[in-house]
Design a protein around this ligand. Structure first.
Ligand code: FAD
Length: 573
């Protein structure tokens, strides 16, 4: 392998959500030399910038990793598709742009000094630029652009009326921590005037011209080089391969430099294991030298499992759906939709489709909402969320229109089931094995079953009912408890919130991989993890904002501006 001539103070493995935040912040004062290695391409593609382009990003041949779980016997022997962005900006470039922090209780439940709700709130606020004017609990001067959704559909209002009729309260701001999360309302979005505000656009791009920042795309890291010196193991650099022609390179750290793992909740544990950091037995089984025996690497995998209820519109209301606003009767994009977007960044192309909804407790035994409903003013074509777009491709080939209707995607947002990431082989080009293990805790299944009933109840309220005809998923015949359970097991899919596989904590004996005080990998010098894998318990909301919060904190920590245990003065809200 050829060595890069420069040596670096920080090598950032992965130019994704967290990696782009760090690249900007760490290169800002010009004193440190930073290298970013990203396996995918740049994030400039139009389908990334335009929110509705998300429909083309699922299972994208280049910008998605195309991963699936191991076969899940409890889910009718299915493999679960797990989307992960593979481009600068990472999954912030392919996600649904929803901006949720979860609740104070989510962070307080971690029980980690320096990561209480009071601590993290400062950083959420500092990271955010809420573009629609001052609001309590929102920031105005951060890099992460947040705004209210810009696309309105009459069915959104009717959904709100139906939710109210079903007994839910209105919630004008799910990120206002002075009130309960429960209720229905608009979800804020990480967008800037209707354009996706992923961390490539908001953090990395403005820093690209800096002479001390080198960004290499198409560079897949295969191993962290860790030397077992007399004073203990220390990261010295990384090995990577260029995707196009497969040339191998090494990149080395300058004295005192560090490798920062930002490859996300699937690839960070994978790369650590390939580098000898992980459960010793697993490493040995694959002939890997053990540098640090850390059983928590790859364990504690959490996600938001999801199911849908979809109902067809009456023929006279077909045209109300967002899909009918985007596509004509032959499934071609309407010029009017394009014009609305180009000339005002409004209209149906300004939405990822699911930016209105509700948070609910499906049983009185929950102290916080266990379910998020994402309301889509369009009819799912397949009960397995993402597959709708594949069915859509078929419809388009046949020159048929996307039928109108509504969908409620139901997510178990405080799921307790735990899965794991393991090794299939020691070959770094083979993705790891992912045991998603949904419903290992039966409460998560109960949440989705109750969710199906509640979604039906909302759809049956007069404000929505007048537009609707028969239910397509699960379908009216699925009425008994057993039918609904069978439907959920057969169709559950990922809510794309993978976290927890290199959890932070105070000691490896309790399963932690990195210290909550410094995000350093236990037992290895010069190596930290800064991405969604460090979140020890999944927050009850999408996970992008929490990932940015972690990365902002890590950058300040590395720049010596703060320590994690010692709180800064709180930002007034
Ligand atoms: P990522 O952003 O995934 O970054 C990891 C990066 O590392 C990627 O760029 C990847 O290509 C790169 N990489 C991986 N392996 C290697 C390697 N070996 N060498 C070099 N580079 C490598 N969150 C929200 O807040 N709101 C939402 O609406 C939302 N919807 C989602 C929808 C989808 C389809 C997906 C996939 C996620 C969604 N999320 C959402 C979750 C959120 O986007 C993630 O939690 C967050 O982006 C994770 O950030 P990360 O930095 O940990 O990983």
């Amino acid at each position: 392998a050829a060595a890069l001539a420069d040596k670096f103070d920080y090598i950032l493995v992965g130019g994704g959500t967290a990696g782009c935040v760090l690249a900007n912040k760490l290169s800002a004062d010009g004193n440190k030399k930073i290298l970013v290695l990203e396996a995918g391409p740049s994030g400039d593609a139009m389908e990334v910038a335009v929110p509705a382009g998300i429909s083309r990003l699922f299972a994208h041949p280049v910008m998605d990793w195309g991963m699936s779980s191991l076969t899940q016997q409890q889910l009718v022997a299915r493999e679960i598709y797990l989307a992960r962005g593979r481009l600068l900006g990472g999954s912030s470039g392919t996600n649904a742009t929803l901006y949720h922090r979860g609740t104070p209780a989510d962070y307080d439940s971690w029980g980690l000094e320096g990561w209480t709700s009071k601590d993290v709130l400062d950083w959420f606020v500092k990271a955010e630029c809420y573009g629609d004017g001052p609001r309590p609990f929102h920031g105005q001067s951060g890099s992460m652009n947040v705004e209210q959704p810009r696309y309105q559909n009459v069915l959104h209002d009717e959904f709100f009326r139906a939710a109210a009729a079903a007994g839910l309260p209105a919630n004008p701001d799910f990120n206002d921590w002075s009130r309960p999360q429960e209720g229905y309302g608009e979800f804020q979005v990480a967008q800037k005037q209707g354009q996706r505000a992923d961390t490539y656009r908001t953090y990395l791009k403005p820093a690209m011209g800096r002479g001390n920042l080198k960004v290499i795309t198409g560079a897949r890291t295969t191993k962290v080089h860790i030397e077992k010196g007399s004073s203990g193991p220390r990261a010295r650099g990384v090995e990577y391969a260029m995707q196009q022609f497969g040339e191998r390179y090494t990149a080395e750290l300058a004295p005192g430099g560090e490798v920062l793992m930002c490859t996300g909740a699937v690839h960070t544990p994978h790369l650590l294991m390939l580098s000898g950091v992980g459960p010793a037995a697993t490493l040995r089984e694959h002939g890997l030298d053990v540098v640090a025996n850390l059983p928590g690497v790859g364990a504690n995998l959490q996600d938001h499992p999801a199911a849908v209820v979809a109902v067809r519109a009456k023929p006279e209301f077909e045209g109300l759906s967002v899909t009918s606003e985007i596509y004509d009767s032959k499934c071609n994009i309407r010029l009017g939709a394009v014009a609305k977007y180009l000339f005002g960044r409004r209209g149906p192309l300004a939405t990822t489709g699911c930016d209105h909804g509700a948070f609910v407790r499906t049983s009185a035994s929950h102290s916080q909402p266990d379910l998020q409903m994402r309301f889509v003013p369009g009819c799912a074509l397949d009960p397995d969320g993402v597959k709708s777009y594949i069915v859509f491709g078929e419809l388009k080939k046949q020159g048929r229109a996307w039928p109108g209707g509504i969908t409620l995607q139901l997510l178990a947002i405080r799921a307790k089931s735990k899965g794991s990431i393991g090794l299939k082989t020691a070959d770094p080009f083979i993705n790891p094995s992912i045991d998603i293990n949904y419903f290992s805790d039966p409460e998560d299944l109960a949440t989705l079953k109750n969710g199906v009933r509640m979604a039906r109840e909302i759809a049956a309220q007069e404000p929505l009912r007048k537009y609707l005809q028969e239910e397509t998923f699960p379908g009216e015949r699925a009425s008994s408890d057993k039918d609904i359970e069978e439907y959920v097991r057969r169709t559950v899919h990922s809510g794309n919130a993978l976290v927890g596989t290199c959890a932070m904590g105070t000691s490896p004996s309790s399963g932690a991989v990195v210290s909550s005080a410094e995000l350093k990998v236990f037992g290895v010098d010069g190596l930290r993890v800064v991405d969604a894998s460090v979140l020890p318990h999944i927050p009850g909301g999408q996970t992008g904002a929490a990932t940015v919060m972690v990365a902002e904190r890590a950058a300040a920590l590395l720049a010596g501006q703060t320590t994690i245990a010692a709180r800064r003065e709180p930002v007034p809200v």
